[in-house]
Design a protein around this ligand. Sequence first.
Ligand SMILES: *[C@@H]1O[C@H](CO)[C@@H](O)[C@H](O)[C@H]1NC(C)=O
Ligand SMILES: *[C@@H]1O[C@H](CO)[C@@H](O)[C@H](O)[C@H]1NC(C)=O
Ligand SMILES: *[C@@H]1O[C@H](CO)[C@@H](O)[C@H](O)[C@H]1NC(C)=O
Ligand SMILES: *[C@@H]1O[C@H](CO)[C@@H](O)[C@H](O)[C@H]1NC(C)=O
Ligand SMILES: *[C@@H]1O[C@H](CO)[C@@H](O)[C@H](O)[C@H]1NC(C)=O
Length: 296
Amino acid sequence: MKTLIILLFVIKLISAKPTSIVLWHGMGDTCCVSFSLGGIKLFLEKKIPGVYVNSLRIGNSTVEDFENGYFMNPNKQVDYVCEQLASDPELKDGFNAIGFSQGSQFLRAVVQRCGHILPPIKNLITLGGQHQGVYGLPHCGALMYPTCDYIRQLLNYAAYDSWVQDTLVQATYWHDPLDEEAYINKSIFLADINNEIRVNKTYIENLNNLEHLVLVKFDNDTIVQPRETEWFGFYEPGQAKKIVPLNETRIYLEDRLGFKKMQKEGKLVLISIEGDHLRFSDTWFVETIIKPYLLN
Ligand SMILES: *[C@@H]1O[C@H](CO)[C@@H](O)[C@H](O)[C@H]1NC(C)=O
Ligand SMILES: *[C@@H]1O[C@H](CO)[C@@H](O)[C@H](O)[C@H]1NC(C)=O
Ligand SMILES: *[C@@H]1O[C@H](CO)[C@@H](O)[C@H](O)[C@H]1NC(C)=O
Ligand SMILES: *[C@@H]1O[C@H](CO)[C@@H](O)[C@H](O)[C@H]1NC(C)=O
Ligand SMILES: *[C@@H]1O[C@H](CO)[C@@H](O)[C@H](O)[C@H]1NC(C)=O
């Protein structure tokens, strides 16, 4: 009997196709060039033989993909991605998802808004995501975008104006701790997916259906401010110095995203790594992300 079980297990191992993977790149980045996510895709394909990797391109070309990271309303990006994922036959048995930087909160929005109409999303891994938003834009994107200073100024002075919300992606996750109410009232994206305005039960259920939500924080991040947002921490409301950890935020205390249950079930995983934004070694990635979460 025991031999039979082992034999069946071995057969399953050799016949099973690895779980597909979806990637969503960050601001100032694109789906496919070799020195960024194209390189990660190749790396995954090498380390997990036979795996299918869909590195999301938002738009009809790489140039559009790059521009859309700044200028396409995230609600529309999320709808677009939900459609892409629903119609990708390689994902029909379920998939794992990895978000890079702002791609983190966008993929989380995909899970929350479309999880119930997509094949099972097993693990969502976010690398340097801005889950509670940002207050500041110290370094504006991996490639220094010429309009960076303009964007920074717009965010400082008019992030919550409706035309800025509609035209500038980063404004939709701008979180001003000195004016929480304006953030909650006016952010057209992040305040909604964080259930700050009202609690959408579907969001909670869909997040809970993940096997794991893995949040990776870069301890010496100089791009994301504050870096604790990568673990759902943020400035305590009313000032911009003291940071509260996830378990002391309104989202956690009022259980707006169902984190208490996820924590109890071991589904919420917080990982930190020394280094700047999205800087990690191949070995770290294999040991910390691939082996525990992508070989299912
Ligand atoms: C792709 O091109 C079509 C046709 O030009 C256009 O309608 C659509 O908006 C484009 N998609 C995106 C996401 O930009
Ligand atoms: C809650 O989210 C689901 C999934 O996106 C959506 O269909 C529904 O309309 C939302 N409910 C409310 C009250 O906004
Ligand atoms: C937020 O919305 C509430 C209810 O609509 C309103 O009373 C309040 O003045 C708004 N606050 C800000 C800062 O916009
Ligand atoms: C990175 O941050 C950690 C935690 O704050 C700190 O202990 C470490 O010294 C920093 N490393 C570098 C290279 O700055
Ligand atoms: C929150 O978590 C930290 C460790 O991450 C712990 O020191 C602190 O006591 C916790 N606070 C609450 C209110 O549970």
